[in-house]
Design a protein around this ligand. Structure first.
Ligand code: ATP
Length: 483
């Protein structure tokens, strides 16, 4: 039954069902506004006016009886909007009670308490100011935030280790990829420890975190946020977290000398790509400009450093197209290489849950630049266009440097670049393994049909009756691809 009310000063039919709220203005030009309940942030009621005498002859018209705060979208950018509703008290009471009844099912699934970790030093020192900007949104959504500001390097790791994570519904990091990686790595280690699993065992069982992690991009590199929300907009990120939908993110895990080096979500590299990070880190005095200058300098002017290694690639393959089961196929490459880079499949337009490995032998500089252009267009390059690059989608890959390139004079061969951090290994022998469904993160963005299945199947975080598995998400997906 529609209720005739006044919405933002215009007379309108207001209907609500278990999925959406629809407002149709009754003026000469009918205008329809629809908000799925999954996009409602809060229903605010003017309790004094709504509970006042329903004797309408006495009532003076209040400015508003109910405000519906909801999410609007312009491509992948999300914003908060408000509908201001008033009208006859009885009719408004009926409408608000229907709306609240249906919205309660959505609200019950949302985070109520979050651990918020702020890195005040990341990027342009935006952590603090970003927190102040999005705090009103979390308050509006009735989310309590326990805010901890990190005081030194690796302090976030300490906070997460000491914190009773069972008291929060999720963790939100204000920082760049380094901060997120620090928290994600610690949370996954804690989760596996608690489950009695040895995370250092490369072939042992692994369990994903149950407490979701989200990020409000505030660093220099914000690749994680771009993957989760499609952009670096802080309000968009906050609204994704407020909605509370989660998805499982695949990760890469790096092992060396029978130890886990780390889990990475954005980029893992060995050789030249690690050297770039190493030399960039050495030039901190250049400020943020070092991220643009140093990689280009190393790529375009420095002599390419080569390392001798044996590379073992394992790929899962079906023997025949209609086979259900996959078998693992092993391939070995050896000789001189410049670099090996690992990227999540989405970087090259593949479905999530895949990893792309680019194995470069000595390669013309122009080909490095050409390869980067494929990341912008999100296309998987063809091997025949790059004669010195092997392109694979492996389940694991091992790089074992030959003895002649070991020793102190080859210290760069003991380094690995994991999500923006340099890790030094005891041996120049590292295995990178793909872990699908490894990390639970806040994101309402479906990047492919597979991940859509993860979300709708994750009953703890979505409400089947209200979540839109849906046209809007499909549009987000299209926009992500076009972005
Ligand atoms: N108060 C602090 N003082 C110094 N370092 C900190 C502090 N809090 C966190 N860190 C460290 O900052 C590092 C980088 O963080 P993050 O990646 O978020 O920022 P970034 O701007 O992307 O990177 P970078 O600072 O390296 O340019 C992390 O390794 C973290 O341990």
């Amino acid at each position: 039954m529609p209720n005739v009310l006044s919405v933002d000063g215009e007379v309108a039919d207001c209907t609500v069902n278990e999925r959406e709220l629809r407002i149709t203005t009754l003026g000469r030009e009918q205008k329809e506004t629809t908000a799925t309940l999954d996009d409602v942030i809060r229903i605010e009621t003017n309790a004094i006016e709504l509970n006042a005498s329903t004797d309408q002859s006495k009532s003076t018209k209040p400015k508003w009886l109910c405000k519906v705060h909801y999410i609007t979208r312009k491509k992948l950018i999300w914003k908060q909007a408000t509908l201001c509703i008033t009208g006859q008290v009885l009719e408004c009471q009926q409408f608000v009670s229907d709306l609240q009844l249906h919205f309660q099912k959505v609200y019950d699934q949302r985070p109520k308490r979050l651990l918020v970790l702020v890195n005040p030093t990341s990027g342009g020192r935006y952590g603090h100011s970003n927190w102040r900007k999005v705090l009103p949104l979390f308050e509006l959504a009735h989310i309590t935030c326990d805010v901890k500001v990190s005081e030194r390097e690796k302090h976030m790791e300490e906070i997460v280790t000491e914190y009773d994570l069972s008291t929060v519904d999720g963790i939100v990091v204000f920082g760049g990829d380094g901060s997120v990686s620090e928290v994600l790595n610690r949370v996954l280690r804690i989760t596996n420890d608690k489950a009695g699993l040895n995370y250092n065992e490369m072939d042992g069982p692994f369990t994903a975190n149950t407490i979701p992690i989200g990020t409000i991009p505030s660093g220099t590199g914000n690749g994680m946020a771009a993957g989760l929300y499609g952009n670096h907009d802080i309000v968009t990120a906050a609204l994704h977290i407020i909605k509370g939908n989660t998805r499982m993110l695949p990760l890469m895990a790096e092992y060396s000398s029978n130890e886990l080096l780390g889990y990475s979500s954005a980029v893992t590299a060995y050789g030249l790509f690690t050297d770039m990070m190493y030399y960039t880190d050495q030039k901190r005095w250049m400020g943020r400009a070092r991220y643009a200058i140093m990689p280009l300098y190393i790529l375009l002017w420095k002599t390419q450093r080569l390392f001798n290694a044996e590379i073992t690639i394992r790929t899962r393959q079906k023997k025949q197209a209609d086979d259900e089961e996959e078998t693992e196929v092993e391939e070995k490459l050896d000789g001189e290489f410049t670099t090996v880079g690992f990227f999540p499949g989405q970087v090259f337009g593949l479905t999530t849950g895949q990893m792309v490995a680019l194995i470069y032998r000595q390669t013309p500089r122009l080909d490095f630049l050409r390869m980067i252009s494929y990341q912008f267009t999100q296309q998987l390059p063809r091997e025949e266009d790059f004669p010195t690059v092997t392109i694979r989608q492996p389940s694991s890959l091992r790089i074992k440097v030959n003895p002649k390139d070991l020793g102190d004079e080859n210290c760069l061969n003991y380094m690995m670049h994991i999500d923006g951090e340099i890790h030094t290994m005891k041996e120049a022998d590292v295995t990178i393994k793909l872990l699908s469904n490894a990390c639970k993160v806040y994101s309402s963005m479906y990047t492919d049909t597979d991940s859509q299945a993860h979300i709708t199947g994750d009953s703890a975080n979505t409400s089947a009756s209200v979540s839109p598995p849906d046209k809007k998400m499909a549009t987000d997906n299209e926009e992500l691809k076009n972005a």
